[in-house]
Design a protein around this ligand. Structure first.
Ligand SMILES: NC(=O)c1ccc[n+]([C@@H]2O[C@H](COP(=O)([O-])OP(=O)(O)OC[C@H]3O[C@@H](n4cnc5c(N)ncnc54)[C@H](OP(=O)(O)O)[C@@H]3O)[C@@H](O)[C@H]2O)c1
Ligand SMILES: [Zn+2]
Length: 380
């Protein structure tokens, strides 16, 4: 069930509000930040807002810069990103600017909402897609990926939408523009409402002043159980795949990256194949060797490895699946099952599961994990 990369974007006041309670939309960002948002829009395949934001702000959601639109067209993409909204009720104003400007439009809604929306939006070129009795965010993201080819989704609010994507572990990145002003009204809309958020701290990837606002970019990092694990797992498996690209080339061994992450999202160590001049060291082995075996965080840590940990190897006495179990780690996330290029029945995942470990395979990363090993597969 591949999803697009989901980027939450919002401007907030110093007291954490998205807007005030007045009838006009409160301008939190300045011109420089609106231009930055325009650039992020231009880089996205689709932009999503909730029906509440259509009602409150009546936005057009365009890429305003003609150069950026021309660059999209030159790259073979539609001039404007796909515009997406979600509504439970299907109560959507057919005169809203959303429907009459910019790119193609799609509404995700409930079965009941679809009846209503199909009626109120009749005559408009809008795709109304029901996700069942309730609005189901996973169905929305899968449909955007599979039916609409969306690989990068920018979400521009409001608070209800942001809160659900973050608490359901579906957000890959948060881009926050913090504006130097206060709202101070208790009933104003908040960026994030109450809910079960991913545990631990997010990872800071960038801060940048943009005029008088500050852009902060965070990614979720804490692996966990269930839905909350999803975004952190994608982040860390992406890191493992990037590490695989650092491996010294080899005609006789795989290039693999691995990273060991504590339950609170702290990185404990990373490694890649053949690092540090050791011609036979494996990625998981290299990473685990950097951690004190007595570190109590190992028991609840996750090993992310671009390739399934090995179950047998000629070069060292213990295969990586064994090293992982011996280190006390009981959760492994990987992108690619080991092909029988070098050993047959290389079932490291099976060995881990038989010993009581949780193994998650994220096939959407397989292509990236395979990329630095393509020559080995072609030869075999
Ligand atoms: N500062 C910023 O960057 C920024 C950005 C965007 C918005 N805003 C502000 O945010 C405010 C609007 O936020 P909001 O939280 O009220 O609205 P919202 O998140 O834009 O939209 C909420 C609506 O989306 C639909 N929806 C969302 N999740 C659903 C679910 N699980 N099931 C069914 N329906 C679901 C519902 O539509 P139905 O009601 O049709 O069922 C719901 O009322 C406005 O004041 C706006 O100015 C600020
Ligand atoms: Zn190995």
């Amino acid at each position: 069930m591949p999803h697009p990369y989901v980027l939450l974007s919002a401007a907030v006041s110093l007291d954490g509000f998205l807007d005030d309670t007045g009838p006009e939309r409160l301008l939190l960002s300045g011109p420089a930040d609106f231009d930055r948002v325009d650039e992020v829009r231009a880089s996205s395949d689709a932009i999503l807002i909730g029906a509440g934001t259509i009602r409150a702000d009546n936005p057009r959601l365009l890429v305003n810069s003609a150069e950026r639109r021309a660059a999209r067209v030159a790259a073979g993409r539609p001039e404007y990103p796909l515009k997406v909204t979600v509504s439970g009720s299907g109560d959507l104003d057919p005169d809203a600017q959303f429907w009459h400007t910019g790119g193609e439009k799609v509404v995700y809604t409930t079965d009941k909402g679809a009846e209503r929306a199909t009626h109120t939006l009749r005559g408009l070129d809008v795709d109304v897609v029901p996700t069942g009795a309730e609005l189901d965010w996973r169905v929305v993201l899968e449909h955007l990926h599979d039916a609409r080819g969306v690989r990068r989704l920018m979400v521009e609010g409001g608070g209800r939408v942001h809160t659900q994507l973050m608490t359901q572990g579906l957000a890959d990145e948060l881009q926050l523009a913090v504006a130097p002003l206060f709202v101070g009204e208790p009933d104003a809309p908040r960026l994030f409402g109450p809910g079960g958020y991913p545990p631990g701290r997010m990872r800071l990837v960038e801060t940048r002043p943009v005029g008088d606002v500050v852009l902060i970019r965070y990614v979720p990092t804490a692996p966990g159980e269930g839905a909350l694990a999803a975004a952190a797992d994608r982040h860390w498996l992406g890191v493992a795949c990037e590490l695989a690209a650092l491996c010294p080339p080899s005609a006789t061994a795989f290039s693999v990256g691995a990273v060991v992450v504590a339950a609170d999202g702290t990185e404990l160590a990373r490694g890649h194949s053949r690092e540090g001049g050791d011609p036979v060291v494996h990625a998981e082995e290299a990473a685990l060797a950097k951690i004190d075996p007595a570190d109590p965080r190992l028991r609840s840590a996750t090993v992310y490895s671009s390739l399934e940990p090995c179950a047998r190897r000629a070069s060292r006495p213990a295969p990586c699946a064994r090293l992982i179990l011996d280190a006390g780690v009981r959760r492994v996330v990987t992108a690619w099952r080991e092909p029988d290029t070098f050993v047959t029945e290389a079932d490291g995942n099976g060995l881990l599961v038989a010993a009581g470990a949780d193994v998650v395979v994220l096939p959407e990363f397989e292509e990236r994990a395979v990329a630095p090993n393509r020559h080995l597969l072609a030869a075999g």
